[in-house]
Design a binder for this molecule. Structure first.
Ligand code: SF4
Ligand code: SF4
Length: 176
């Protein structure tokens, strides 16, 4: 049996077609006049004059991953390898070693190839020790491929500097 095509005449009221367009136009016009008024009153925050001026990024921002350095100068990492396993681009390399302290293991080598890192944050999510976190650092350009290989000593950042990110993460991952 041949199929029969039925054309349904759907009503397209003008208001339904034009409403989203008018709403968008209204938002654009409102922004235009708000900025024009701000400019007339001497508002200065339209442009950030980088690098003299820096925009303070919120803690939710994901810059390059770094290692948390404890107040005693040591890394918090216990070389469990979970971040290395979770990393989708295989840019983390860890060589674990044993230590006589109660921590038992530490990373003798902890390298991240930043040319392959995509700032996804999966390493941070996988880490059970809050030892690797996403920083606000994004200025990591270099002139050679070798320069994009960051070693443990380059990656260590004092815990106090990473506090905003650590405080932000705990509720996100239901940590205490
Ligand atoms: S941010 Fe993503 S890509 Fe970069 S090291 Fe962590 S898991 Fe790997
Ligand atoms: S950074 Fe965290 S997940 Fe990665 S090896 Fe160290 S303790 Fe394990």
């Amino acid at each position: 049996m041949a199929a029969r095509v039925v054309k349904v005449a759907r009503p397209q009221p003008m208001t339904r077609r034009w409403t989203p367009l008018l709403v968008g136009l209204g938002v654009a016009i409102a922004h235009f006049f708000r900025n024009l008024l701000g400019f007339a009153r001497g508002r200065q925050d339209f442009t950030v004059y980088f690098p003299e001026q820096r925009f303070v990024q919120p803690p939710a921002m994901r810059g390059m991953p770094v290692l948390v350095q404890m107040p005693n100068g040591k890394e918090r990492c216990v070389a469990c390898g979970l971040c290395e396993f979770a990393c989708p681009t295989n840019c983390i390399t860890i060589f674990p070693a044993e230590t006589a302290s109660e921590v038992e293991r530490y990373p003798e080598v902890f390298d991240i190839d930043m040319s392959r890192c995509m700032f996804c944050g999966l390493c941070e999510e996988a880490c059970p020790e809050e030892a690797i976190v996403m920083s606000r650092q994004v200025e990591i350009a270099c002139y050679s491929r070798r320069g994009s290989l960051w070693h443990k000593q380059d990656l260590l950042v004092p815990e106090a500097e990473l506090k905003p990110r650590l405080d932000y993460l705990r509720p996100q991952y239901a940590r205490k």
